[in-house]
Design a binder for this molecule. Structure first.
Ligand SMILES: [Mn+2]
Length: 348
């Protein structure tokens, strides 16, 4: 299901409802999507710190390992409880929370392992998200697809809660905003994004520290993985579509972790003819994880949705059954189709 348009006034009133419900809680579990990115963790940490400041006990739930490059987003003082569900969801079963806040996703697929736990607690779930793809996982879903990052919405929630921005909160929010906007260069960037950045820097967030942590702390294995991805690069439709592939052998040879595929799709994008980039990575279970990026008005979220995935117009993802050749075949057909939908003047 994709979203309907909500006016800024309607979203504002939804945010107030969300804040009012949160204020009545004593304990809140904060979830975000699997394979968390800086926007996911930044949103989770900032919301956690704001709730903590209100005297509410937040518990951050990790559905997959959090990359160590994001460690700097957590406050030095261990004031935020974290539960890691990377092994077994049963760890969560004995825990009950007054409310469950889900940030930066609204799809069952991205909450996967936790879904059986969440499904029978729907009335406790509140969602704050900026993605276009949506499942009915709660009755109170506050979604604003015009937000460039979920942290743009989290700051509104924090304002609605009446909590001031500390350095830790601002750092978490700016990291999410900078990462989801590619450091303020994507189409999603609006005056609101820059205004928020100015406010966060004024409140103590240091862009250079965030940049070093997010972009200059990669492993050598990651650079080797980039080498492999570029070696396994093929083109379709006269250089319009770039397909990159990473097999389990590539991960084993380089020693790179699965989350280290992040940012790889940027490389083929530098070519002028490139309209779509697809990165196909083979998971240990044989499924092929697909990351899609596009230029101009090509909607890759529709391509992803066709395979049960989702995301944004120019950044989306899905999973296909293996092996690699059949996944590549199915995906290529769909990408060529998406390319054909583009009006001729766009195809430059
Ligand atoms: Mn996001």
């Amino acid at each position: 299901m994709t979203c309907e348009f909500r006016s800024p006034a309607a979203i504002h009133s939804d945010l107030n409802t969300l804040a009012d419900r949160l204020k009545l809680a004593k304990t809140v579990a904060i979830f975000t999507h699997m394979r968390p990115d800086p926007d996911a963790i930044g949103s989770q940490v900032a919301a956690g710190l704001a709730l903590h400041a209100l005297g509410i006990t937040p518990t951050l739930v990790d559905l997959s390992p959090v990359p160590s490059t994001l460690d700097f987003l957590y406050p030095v003082q261990p004031i935020l409880e974290r539960i890691s569900l990377t092994a077994e969801i049963s760890q969560l079963a004995p825990r009950e929370f007054d409310l469950i806040l889900i940030l930066d996703t609204c799809t069952k697929a991205q909450l996967e392992r936790a879904w059986p736990y969440l499904e029978c607690r729907k009335e406790k779930i509140l969602v704050l998200d900026h993605h276009r793809t949506r499942d009915t996982i709660s009755r109170l879903i506050v979604a604003d697809v015009s937000a460039a990052a979920c942290t743009e919405l989290v700051v509104d929630l924090i304002d609605a809660l009446g909590i001031g921005l500390t350095q830790d909160i601002s750092t978490a929010l700016l990291a999410g905003l900078a990462a989801d906007t590619g450091w303020f260069r994507f189409d999603s960037v609006t005056p609101r994004s820059y205004a928020l950045a100015a406010r966060l820097v004024a409140a103590g967030a240091a862009p250079s520290r965030i940049y070093q942590n997010l972009s200059q702390r990669e492993s050598m294995a990651k650079l080797a993985l980039i080498q492999h991805a570029l070696t396994n690069l093929t083109w379709l439709a006269n250089g319009s579509i770039a397909l990159m592939e990473l097999s389990q052998v590539d991960f084993a040879t380089t020693g790179a972790a699965s989350f280290e595929t992040d940012g790889l799709t940027d490389y083929p994008m530098m070519v002028s003819t490139t309209m779509i980039v697809a990165l196909l990575s083979e998971a240990p279970d044989g499924l092929i994880r697909v990351n899609l990026r596009s230029k101009h008005t090509i909607d890759v979220s529709m391509v992803a949705a066709g395979f049960g995935g989702g995301g944004h117009m120019r950044a989306a993802g899905c999973r296909l059954p293996g092996p690699m050749p059949s996944a590549r075949e199915a995906l290529s057909m769909s990408l060529l189709n998406a390319l054909r939908q583009v009006p001729p003047q766009e195809a430059i």
